[in-house]
Design a protein around this ligand. Structure first.
Ligand code: PLP
Length: 432
């Protein structure tokens, strides 16, 4: 039995002063049951909890930790920058370097505005699209998550999907009514909305690879055709690359699929684990932003130098030769290993993987959209999660999240994980 007295004590303290004892609902382990651990520190591919239990980590801070935790070069860059002050309410050179790097790596990102989270990037992208088109409507996809802003919290993925709440209380109906929801991978549904209201839709927003309903890859040609369709109706395409940007390749993922977004959102990896987000896109759209344009957007901590330097150092390390090849190789080893374990143990399930994003769906044979994902067996996944945790492997505590592989995972770590998957599936097979 693994000790977790200190986590339990911290949970009790937290529950008195923090709603649900967490600062983000996905951390509460609600979908899998059990008692969330408090993490004391991270080291490479491992996290260590308050009771000094060590786990091999596949949460990766939900995406940012592509180098693993506390990479020494990033820690040094952060310390050096922090010693010069935490932010000034005035521009700094680091922000320019970050914007230049994004613009250099992502052709459509002619101009960049840094914000402090992916949610803010989504809010700003939507506001820009509405201003540029003078239209109110948004089309999003069922199971895609774009942050917790009012307009985008409709049939969202991640924690919302996990808790089975299609919507949030407190979102005015009039606002939610401006958001139409299509099944992921369905061009027909998008075209139906656009045809019904040809001058009402400002933007279509999409995760190029959906990763908040578990991983769901785009169908062949889906994103290229979605671009053409969206533009034919005078609407803008927003690619939400908060997870995929600089994770699936050095730059944006939409280029792999022939999509031509007008605006993109970034976050997670570009902050190397510190709070950051970015909206970027065509210059004439971005120049609608205050102070030169009429679209207001601001942030006390936007472009914070400590966050930006963590991101710049992370991106510098990612640019080294062979990083994405290595990430792909070990991620394939993991995905293939899990698929084999599912087959060998006779458990009903499948694995979706795109690069270092991996989701084993238990109880589902193939998953192409949120409807398919919802058919997965949540109770079976909960048992799997617990069995893996017992074996020292820390998975995201929900069927509807990706496992995030990092460059800190060794071949041995991957093999140990696959063995744990096989043992866990064997152990839970046929359990009630
Ligand atoms: C995490 C995420 C967001 C929101 O970013 P926050 O920094 O959590 O606000 C937006 N879009 C996608 C695709 C995400 O995965």
């Amino acid at each position: 039995m693994i000790e977790h007295k200190k986590s339990a004590a911290l949970r009790n303290r937290a529950a008195r002063v923090i709603p649900g004892a967490v600062n983000s609902p996905v951390r509460a382990w609600k979908p899998v049951g059990g008692a969330t651990r408090f993490i004391a520190r991270g080291e490479g591919a491992a996290v260590i909890d308050a009771d000094n239990n060590r786990y091999l980590d596949y949460v990766g801070s939900y995406g940012p930790a592509i180098l693993g935790h506390a990479h020494p070069e990033v820690v040094a860059a952060v310390a050096e920058t922090a010693a010069r002050g935490f932010g000034f309410g005035a521009p700094t050179e680091l922000e320019v370097a970050m914007a230049e790097l994004i613009a250099k790596c992502i052709p459509i990102a002619r101009k960049v505005r840094l914000v402090s989270s992916g949610t803010e990037a989504g809010m700003t992208a939507i506001r820009l699209a509405r201003a540029a088109t003078a239209r109110p409507g948004i089309i999003k996809f069922d199971g895609c998550y774009h942050g917790h802003s009012d307009s985008l919290l409709v049939r969202a993925g991640s924690g919302v999907m996990t808790l089975g709440a299609p919507d949030s209380a407190g979102v005015p109906e009039a606002l939610a009514a401006l958001t139409r929801v299509a099944p992921f991978n369905s061009l027909e549904a998008v075209e139906r909305y656009l045809r019904a209201e040809p001058r009402q839709i400002a933007a279509v927003i999409v995760e190029p690879v959906a990763a908040n309903m578990g991983v769901v890859p785009p169908a062949a040609d889906f994103l290229a055709q979605l671009s053409a369709l969206t533009h034919r109706y005078g609407a803008l395409l927003i690619c939400d690359e908060v997870i995929t940007g600089f994770r699936l390749r050095y730059g944006a993922a939409h280029e792999m699929y022939g999509a031509e977004p007008d605006l993109i959102m970034l976050g997670k990896v570009i902050g190397g684990g510190m709070p950051i987000g970015a909206v970027a896109g065509r210059a004439e759209l971005m120049d609608l932003l205050a102070p030169i344009g009429p679209v207001y957007q601001a942030g006390t901590l936007s472009g914070n130098p400590v966050a930006v330097v963590a991101g710049l150092k992370t991106l510098e390390i990612l640019a080294r030769r062979g990083t994405y090849e290595r990430l792909e190789r070990i991620s394939a080893r993991l995905g293939d290993g899990i698929a084999r374990a599912i087959e060998e143990t006779g458990v009903n399930g499948c694995v979706n993987r795109v690069g270092s994003l991996v989701t084993p769906f238990l109880g589902a044979r193939s998953v192409r959209d949120a409807e398919d994902a919802r058919r997965a067996d949540g109770a079976l996944f909960a048992r799997f999660f617990a069995a893996m945790l017992e074996r020292g492997i820390y998975l995201p505590p929900s069927q509807f999240e990706a496992m995030f592989v990092s460059l800190a995972h060794s071949d041995d770590d991957i093999d140990r994980t696959v063995t744990a998957v096989r043992d866990s599936l064997t152990a839970i097979r046929g359990q009630p």
